[in-house]
Each structure stands twice: as C-alpha cells, then as structure tokens.
Design a binder for this molecule. Structure first.
Ligand SMILES: N[C@@H](CC(=O)c1ccccc1NC=O)C(=O)O
Ligand SMILES: [Zn+2]
Ligand SMILES: [Zn+2]
Length: 208
C-alpha cells in the first residue's frame, strides 16, 4: 500500500509570500496559563499563502468565490508530469505525452529551487496551453510555482485563459519528491464564503 505524500508548504512566519503581501502569523489569543485551561490561537495570512487554490474571483470581480467551487475538482485521480523546457510552458512541451482523459494535471517544473525564498522569476503558462489542456479534459492544473503568469504580470493572461476554458488553478505545490505518474489527489480549500483563494493541505497517493 502506498502512503500519502504531503505536497503542501509548511505555514509559518518563514513561509515566503508574494512581495508586499501579508506575512503569515500565528499567535496565541489566550495561553493555557492565562485561561487556566487551553491555548487558543489566531492566524493571519493572505489567501495566496503557501500551497493554495485560486478562486475565479481572484482575477474576475464576477467570478466564483471559494465556497462556490465544486469540491470534486480537488479530490480524485491526478497525473504528475515533469516539464522540460525553457522560459514558459507551452503545448509543444507536452505534445509527446498522452494526456487524454487527465482531469487533474500537476506539472513539476523544479524551477522554484529554494522554497525558503519567493522566486525572482518563474516559467509561466502560455495562454495557448489552456485550450490544449481543456481539449484533453483537464479541469484542474497544479504547479510547483506561485503563479501561472509571470510574476510582474498585471493582466494575468494565463489565469484568464485557463478560467475561460474551465480549468481551475492550484499553486505552490511541493513536487520535488514526487515522481511523475498516476496519483490520487486531495487538496481541499477551506469553506471560505467570500474569499478569492484558499490555502489547501494537498496530498498525493500513488495509484499507478
Ligand atoms: N496571481 C497570484 C497572486 C498575485 O498576483 C498576488 C498575490 C498577492 C499580492 C499581490 C498579487 N498580485 C499583485 O499584482 C496567485 O494567483 O497566487
Ligand atoms: Zn494564487
Ligand atoms: Zn494564481
């Protein structure tokens, strides 16, 4: 029996966040000494901290919020592939792989080499990858990167292109210990009614 592999970034004050965004913090509201019975904590974090999913509302004012998303997207069979390319991720990089019928696709780029620091540049998704993946049946795209667009992008063309094709986004998964292959994925967002994104505890179990 294979084990579940945790592909989530640990959340602490050291977790790198998007430049200028809210740092993660955890503190005790009450200590056991003060309350006489329990430690009770509070957390402050950006919705795009660590391993997380984007709701369409992140980049579209009319888009779905986290609680509106279908949980089935985030549980089920997933394919992990290794990307070998230069600069950006495009259909020709994946053309040799048979992705027909793959509903959840996780792309291991290995490009975020130091998870203690936010990367300076990342390979991005070319918008033309969206129709290519949608054609194969992909509904969830995950990456070991903090965005599907270049870090300085304001228009977010890949986010929009994926959204137009009904493909949801999982970012900053930790895939360096994960061999390409077939897995069961669980990466459920929190039931946040209004939010534009949510941290997830993402795990994979090898099935093939
Ligand atoms: N698109 C990125 C996040 C992002 O763009 C962002 C996250 C936090 C603070 C500012 C951001 N973008 C600003 O232009 C993501 O989906 O996680
Ligand atoms: Zn995000
Ligand atoms: Zn994003």
């Amino acid at each position: 029996m294979s084990e579940w592999i945790d592909i989530s970034l640990p959340l602490s004050a050291e977790t790198p966040v998007w430049p200028g965004d809210t740092p993660f913090s955890y503190r005790l509201t009450w200590t056991k000494a003060e309350s006489g019975s329990v430690n009770v904590g509070q957390i402050t974090l950006s919705t795009h901290t660590g391993t997380h999913i984007d709701a369409p509302y992140h980049f579209d004012d009319e888009g779905k919020r986290v609680l509106d998303l279908d949980v089935h997207l985030y549980i089920g069979p997933a394919r992990v592939i290794q990307w070998e390319g230069e600069g950006s991720i495009r259909p020709k990089d994946l053309a040799a792989m048979d992705l027909t019928g793959v509903k959840r696709l996780l792309i291991r780029t290995g490009a975020w080499s130091d998870p203690c620091r936010f990367p300076k540049t990342i390979p991005h998704i070319e918008p033309e990858l969206a129709p290519f993946l949608a054609e194969k049946g992909v509904r969830l795209l995950g990456l070991d990167l903090p965005s599907v667009d270049p870090l300085d992008s304001k228009e977010l063309p890949a986010h929009h292109a994926l959204h137009r094709r009904g493909i949801h986004i999982l970012e900053s998964a930790v895939l360096d210990q994960v061999e390409p292959g077939e897995y069961e994925l669980v990466a459920l967002p929190l039931p946040l009614k209004e939010a534009d994104g949510s941290p997830v505890r993402a795990v994979l179990k090898r099935i093939g």
